[in-house]
Design a protein around this ligand. Structure first.
Ligand code: NAP
Length: 461
């Protein structure tokens, strides 16, 4: 067991800070405190819970630069993107506060009873296992609805963003949520997650991360018969049909692939382009990608930062090198950047085919894989030829055709003529290996609630 976790600046390799990890015997007391806090919290009014979320939103806005700096230093996201992440968290806290009554009030149902209704009740303390790529957003999109619902939260965050995890605990405390309602656990071992899941004081578990972590958590939760929500990987297609305006799409394609240095589950990863326009796309995408400003994540001018961990450069290099050996053509990039930090050049590969790693596997880094389609139907077939099913985008002058064709792609979200983004007003989640369950919107808040049927009649006489 590691007794400390050390965070490292991915742009330089220098140590940021070390944190002591929790000992097993500390967990017992923390669990008791969480359960006690949640039992009091569940009896508070919905309006008072919503008020706390509004304070959290205000703090996030007031302190946006401080929070963004924590994010950028620990995982390397360009600071302008980190500010956007923090502000999106604020919007989401306000969104849930504004819709509290609508989502949580009982729904009357007409039956033979004197009164019958569906009640939405909290279920207890939820364990959240979260990744580093959006260190605030992933947590807030779980915590805002969970706390509003009357649940408590225990956060096991990715080790490399421990500073962010502790800052989030402090944020919720300062917003006036009761002590111990939302607690960050600095764990030195994954096996402790399974032990927590087995504990009666944990009601359910949500995980955002890799398939391996998802399978491990789902296995432990299955043994304990506890509900899980899993948000896993993606290899989203970006389908460009022959009637699309390629020039207009180019900046959006760059954003869709290279946001967060390509480290987003929702990044478009496979660009499937009809033959009639693929030469135009090839010609225009290269200068656009080469114009990305690579640099220090804390510099406001930077658009492209380092990968979050050293090993990720090796992972991306392997996927690119193997694909090139199988016939992919490098249009730009395809190499590590020299100097300190985990930098890999923004890369575009053409002539990608479905057997290559950059098509079959999730590429969690800055590699745009370009695939030729012979027709619209062929493009959809290629788009759906993946074990993942998170989201898909289709670009066409005929919006209705995009909607119709999109039904052929199995995914948790379909966007026509727009970059895929998560939005608190719409449910978010995947199918196939991308996971199950939904976050955000009304569907997200009900995932961790007891949707209870209530029937009341007069005493039989
Ligand atoms: P990861 O290795 O699965 O880590 C995610 C979290 O799970 C971290 O807190 C990690 O802790 C923990 N973890 C890892 N293995 C575990 C295990 N066996 N038992 C319990 N906990 C475990 O994922 P990652 O590589 O950091 O993140 C990238 C992956 O997340 C990609 O596949 C990406 O697509 C996916 N993702 C999905 C979404 C979505 O919403 N669908 C969003 C973002 C990312 P440590 O840090 O201590 O290892």
């Amino acid at each position: 067991m590691s007794a400390t976790i050390t965070t490292v600046d991915p742009s330089t390799g220098s140590v940021i800070r070390s944190y002591p990890t929790l000992a097993r015997h500390d967990l017992d007391g923390l669990l008791d405190q969480s359960v006690a806090a949640q039992r009091q919290w569940r009896d508070t009014t919905i309006a008072s819970r919503a008020d706390r979320l509004r304070v959290a939103a205000r703090l996030l806005r007031d302190e946006v630069d401080d929070h963004a700096t924590v994010i950028s230093r620990e995982m390397g996201k360009p600071i302008t993107e980190a500010r956007g992440e923090v502000l999106k968290c604020a919007v989401t806290c306000d969104y849930y506060a504004d819709h509290a009554d609508e989502f949580l009030s009982p729904k009357e149902v007409s039956t033979e009873a004197v009164r019958s209704f569906v009640a939405y009740e909290p279920i207890g303390v939820i364990l959240a296992v979260m990744p580093w790529n959006f260190p605030y957003w992933q947590v807030v999109r779980f915590a805002a609805p969970a706390l509003l619902a009357g649940n408590g939260g225990l956060l096991k965050h990715a080790s490399n963003v421990t500073g962010a995890a502790l800052a989030l605990q402090s944020l919720f405390e300062r917003a006036g949520f009761p002590a111990h309602l939302f607690t960050t656990l600095v764990l030195g071992e994954h096996s402790m997650v399974n032990e927590l899941i087995a504990d009666d004081r944990i009601a359910a578990v949500t995980l955002t991360g890799s398939e391996a972590a998802g399978a491990s958590v789902a296995e432990a939760a299955g043994r304990a018969l506890k509900k899980t929500v899993l948000e896993l990987g993606g290899s989203d297609p970006f389908v460009i049909l022959a009637d699309a305006d390629v020039e207009a799409i180019i900046p959006l394609a760059v954003r869709a692939r290279f946001v967060n240095t390509g480290q987003s589950c929702l990044c478009a990863k496979r660009f499937i382009v009809e033959g009639a326009v693929i030469d135009d796309f090839e010609r225009m995408i290269v200068p656009a990608v080469e114009s990305l400003r690579i640099g220090d994540p804390l510099d406001n001018a930077t658009q492209f930062g380092p990968l979050a961990k050293k090993g990720f450069v090796d992972d991306i290099a392997r996927q690119v090198d193997e694909s090139v050996a199988m016939g992919a053509r490098v249009l730009t990039g395809g190499y590590r950047l020299e100097g300190e930090g985990n930098y890999y050049a923004p890369t575009v590969l053409a002539d990608v085919t479905p057997d290559m790693p950059v098509f079959r596997e999730e590429t969690f880094g800055p590699v745009l894989a370009l695939v030729r389609a012979n027709s619209a139907a062929h493009a959809i077939e290629l788009a759906d030829d993946t074990p993942y099913g998170l989201a898909a985008s289709i670009w066409t002058a005929d919006m209705q055709a995009g909607l119709d064709l999109g039904r052929g792609i199995h995914s948790g979200a379909l966007f026509v003529n727009s970059v895929v983004v998560s939005d608190p007003r719409l449910p978010f989640g995947g199918v196939k290996l991308s996971g199950y369950g939904r976050e955000l919107s009304i569907e997200g808040i009900h995932e961790f609630m007891n949707v209870r049927a209530v029937w009341a009649g007069a005493m039989p006489s």
